[in-house]
Design a protein around this ligand. Structure first.
Ligand SMILES: N[C@@H](CCCCNC(=O)[C@H]1CCC=N1)C(=O)O
Ligand SMILES: [Mg+2]
Length: 259
């Protein structure tokens, strides 16, 4: 899995503000509103503990401080434990945390100790970015394109099928594609199809996965990025509205899904 770098997390506050405004402008809801609509939940007085984890590639210097900023931005009380790993876990529970957030190189999880709900960043990120794409107010049909059917893309595609959209999807991995066709009933899409979309959810670890044959004039591309799948020149030429942010939107989805 692609690991975040401190560069990805620079200007997180500005990236979050810009994407919150963009979401509000094109979907009618800000990120909090989308999260509440997705999960039917509202933050209460939940206390969130963020535990640094030294496993694998170890601590990412600004990861836990970024999480603390995000947790507070969305109205939760939060703290980063003084110690990492097991000692940090013990500290978190002793300090009365309701929700534990921690990440190694494979799974980033939020676990609510009170209601036992648990979620991975992959699922929460796929669901919210797919949901944002599906809320494009100028869309003229229920057709939506999902690019990438890994753990993030598959979760998003599943959510869109459940919401009743006509989900077309592509992935270079034919097994991933076949699994989604068999299990979700999505329609395979290949870039030489003539079909164009006004709503695109992209979830790949590659750049330039979106080509101009895929998109309508005026369309919404929603992606957790890293890197961005939309070439800048195509974004300008087609007046694409892009919702893309490296961490906060996915974290908001994690929090609202476990409260
Ligand atoms: N163990 C490190 C955090 C490692 C996070 C790796 N996971 C990612 O980079 C995922 C999370 C969202 C996007 N990629 C620490 O505690 O500082
Ligand atoms: Mg994000």
């Amino acid at each position: 899995m692609a690991l975040l770098t401190p560069e990805d997390l620079e200007n997180l506050s500005m990236q979050l503000e810009e994407n919150d405004e963009m979401a509000k402008r094109i979907t009618g809801l800000d990120i909090k509103g989308i999260c509440s609509a997705l999960y039917g939940t509202e933050p209460g007085s939940e206390k969130v503990a963020i535990i640094p984890i030294t496993a694998g590639n170890g601590i990412i210097s600004t990861f836990t401080s970024s999480l603390l900023f995000i947790v507070q931005y969305f109205g939760f009380e939060g703290f980063v434990t003084e110690h990492p790993d097991v000692t940090g876990y013990y500290e978190a529970v002793s300090e009365g945390a309701d929700i534990i957030m921690m990440a190694d190189d494979h799974i980033f999880t939020a676990h609510n100790l009170r209601n036992e709900k648990i979620v991975s960043n992959h699922v929460a990120t796929g669901v919210i970015y797919a949901d944002i794409a599906s809320r494009f107010q100028e869309a003229k049909s229920k057709d939506i394109l999902v690019i990438g059917l890994g753990r993030v893309g598959y979760a998003g595609a599943c959510h869109l099928v459940n919401k009743g959209f006509n989900v077309y999807a592509c992935d270079p991995n034919k097994e991933f594609l076949q699994k989604a066709v068999d299990e979700l009933g999505i329609k395979p899409y290949c870039s030489d199809d003539r079909k164009k979309f006004s709503m695109v959810f992209e979830a790949t670890p590659n750049a330039n996965t979106i080509s101009e044959g895929m998109i309508e004039e005026r369309c919404l591309v929603s992606t957790p990025g890293i890197p961005c799948g939309l070439p800048p020149e195509i974004g300008q030429k087609y007046h694409v509205d892009l919702v893309m942010e490296p961490l906060a939107i996915g974290v908001a989805s994690m929090l609202y899904s476990v409260i």
